[in-house]
Design a protein around this ligand. Structure first.
Ligand SMILES: [Zn+2]
Length: 116
């Protein structure tokens, strides 16, 4: 199937939709003929591009169910990865803003220091 064939199909009134994973379930995306070709090549890349983020971010967002993780280093030098307070199943762009922030232990908004 090439682009011209897909465009012919689209002009005839057919739309291309796919189901993609998002925290809490699935999302329907409508694809252009060019996106259909990208989709056949790499579904995750296409989905990430559709959302406007790097593919690693999209996959991590789904894997963590939209829950941002702490980016502070523990005393052992490892990345903490505790949940950052504020909820689960966050929209992608909000999740990206908060991921790598601080959990309560490391000075996040519900920590003792933040409430003094
Ligand atoms: Zn932490």
């Amino acid at each position: 199937m090439d682009l011209a064939q897909l465009q012919t199909i689209e002009r005839a009134g057919v739309s291309f939709s796919i189901q993609v994973a998002v925290p809490g379930g699935g999302n329907t995306l409508i694809l252009s003929p060019i996106e259909v070709l990208s989709f056949l090549d790499d579904k995750d890349q296409l989905t990430a591009k559709h959302f406007g983020v790097p593919v690693e971010d999209y996959l991590e967002w789904v894997k963590t169910d939209g829950t941002p993780r702490c980016g502070a280093k523990t005393t052992k030098g490892k990345v903490c990865r505790n949940f950052v307070s504020g909820g689960i199943q966050m929209p992608l762009h909000k999740w990206r803003k908060l991921d790598g922030g601080l959990c309560a232990v490391h000075g996040g908004e519900n920590s003792v220091e933040a409430n003094m």
